[in-house]
Design a protein around this ligand. Structure first.
Ligand code: AMP
Ligand code: MG
Length: 478
């Protein structure tokens, strides 16, 4: 369908007034289209080609989807462990829901009722990051919000220095957060809490609709979805950076991309977020933090569901996570069968990677072609012996498998990405964009869409990260 034929409905506005606030979009000065994701357009079944002007107008509040009544959502959340009773979409404005179930949302389109001291804007650099990363996570088969398009502008936005404002049109099957439930729990508005649970079930757990135990089953399934999500984050080496409960999706998706990073060198303790001085959201902490966040949600759901039952479901999180994670890592290692000592083999490898500062994703990609010749892998180490010993053991372990080397390589090459959007790569696209050249965004979008494929023209991004820019920390200001 053509873009102007896309209709939206506003089911969230049917919830009571406290859930949301109708919001005007504040246009940016001289907006222009930087990039549009053809994959995201395809899942919306819209044709953007030839309709770019309308898309820019919609993203800048100068045109509307049929049926749209822009609004922002109210929520609370635990930020770095401390409860903040009222947050809400400070710079996100919802445009409505498509028939296919995508909630469209602008990020950076101006202040809302929930902006507090913020300006409701997003700068170009952070918008490029969110736009590309949403599509990259999808390319890696990780549950995520998506991004349809990115616009830039001449609009000045004050951060540490003046920067240009931008808007991402993001889309998600749900924008409801753990913190949305926490808001109504903390206000003791249990009827609204129930209405929110019913809304969530209809939106994200439709198979539970009408079930007498629906609220408990929703929580139980979310424990599972979150464990799977975290297993995948850890497996690909993704550090979210701000796992506050207001950034945790009730549907088990990756949302709210901020100072995130992919690991360059493997580092269990890596902290991508500059403001996270205590490492609460360090890479290796993420699975535990997700469980803590689920426990906050559990408390918020306690007026609706027996807390002991939820506690029991939550206690299973660790095992569920480990099962998903080991399943994922076995695939990365090329193991089809389970062996008892797989976890210790993996721990052994991580010890070496941590010590030798080995690039995480590059290692697994190289391992995907391992045929007994250790040269390429040992070249990653200062001290070769530990990895050489591990590879000897790896070969013994592989011997337990029925699969032939060629078949194993084939499977590993579609499991271990050749390209992940490391921060230095995103910075390359941002630096170019700041000079008015948006070609880097398109280049990285190509890699984001097909991370397991060969892209010979972009081979330089497939290697280990340059020393001067690896495992850096990022500022939250965006
Ligand atoms: P985050 O951790 O980036 O998802 O943001 C935490 C909270 O701060 C959310 O409620 C955001 O909407 C809000 N926020 C962040 N940046 C801004 C901004 N520039 N203007 C208004 N609100 C903001
Ligand atoms: Mg957020």
């Amino acid at each position: 369908m053509k873009l102007h034929e896309l209709n939206v409905t506003m089911p969230y506005l049917e919830l009571e007034a406290e859930f949301h606030d109708k919001t005007d979009i504040s246009p940016l000065k001289n907006p222009f289209l930087i990039s549009c994701s053809s994959d995201a357009a395809e899942i919306l079944d819209v044709d953007i080609d030839g309709h770019e002007d309308l898309l820019v107008k919609i993203m800048n509040g100068e045109a509307h989807f049929n049926g749209s009544e822009p609004f922002s959502m109210c929520y609370a959340g635990h930020q770095f462990g401390y409860f903040v009773p009222r947050l809400g979409d400070g710079r996100a404005i919802n445009l409505g829901k498509t028939e296919s179930g995508w909630n469209l949302q602008l990020k950076g389109a101006g202040p809302t009722l929930y902006s507090r001291q913020g300006d409701g804007r997003a700068v170009l650099r952070s918008s490029i990051r969110e736009y590309l990363m949403s599509e990259a996570m999808c390319g890696l088969d990780i549950a995520t919000s998506r991004a349809l398009a990115l616009i830039g502008s001449d609009h000045d936005v004050a951060r540490e220095r003046w920067e240009k404002g931008a808007v991402v049109l993001r889309m998600s099957t749900s924008w409801i957060r753990f913190g949305t439930f926490e808001y109504f729990f903390s206000k003791q508005q249990f009827d609204k809490l129930e209405a929110l649970a019913d809304y969530t079930i209809a939106e994200s757990y439709p198979h539970l609709k009408g079930h007498e135990d629906a609220y408990f089953l929703m929580f139980e399934e979310l424990v599972d979805r979150t464990a799977l999500l975290l297993a995948k984050w850890q497996g690909v080496g993704f550090n979210h950076g701000v796992m506050n409960t207001d950034n945790m999706s009730i549907s088990g998706l990756t949302i709210d991309y901020g100072p995130f990073a992919f690991l360059d060198d493997y580092d269990f303790d890596y902290i991508c977020n500059h403001t996270d001085t205590n490492g609460r959201y360090a890479f290796g902490q993420q699975p535990n933090v997700a469980q803590w966040n689920l426990s906050m949600l559990m408390k918020a759901l306690s007026p609706l569901v027996n807390i002991e039952r939820m506690q029991e479901a939550l206690e299973k999180y660790g095992d569920i996570y480990t099962n998903y994670y080991m399943e994922f890592m076995r695939k990365k290692l090329g193991f089809l069968i389970e062996a008892q000592d797989d976890a210790s083999v993996l721990r052994w490898l991580f010890g070496i990677m941590q010590q030798e500062q080995i690039d995480y994703n590059y290692f697994f990609r190289q391992l995907s072609r391992y045929d007994g010749d250790k040269t390429v892998l040992l070249a990653l180490c200062k001290l070769e012996q530990p990895l050489s010993d591990w590879l000897d053991h790896y070969e013994i372990r592989l011997a337990k498998e029925d699969s032939k080397t060629k078949a194993r390589h084939k499977q590993m090459l579609v499991t271990n990405p050749k390209y992940v959007l490391k921060n230095y790569m995103l910075q390359y696209a941002i630096d170019k964009a700041n000079r008015g050249d948006y070609g880097g965004v398109e280049e990285l979008l190509t890699l984001a869409r097909a991370p397991f494929d060969e892209h010979p023209e972009m081979e330089s991004f497939a290697g280990i990260s340059p020393k001067s820019v690896k495992n850096l920390k990022l500022s939250c200001s965006s």
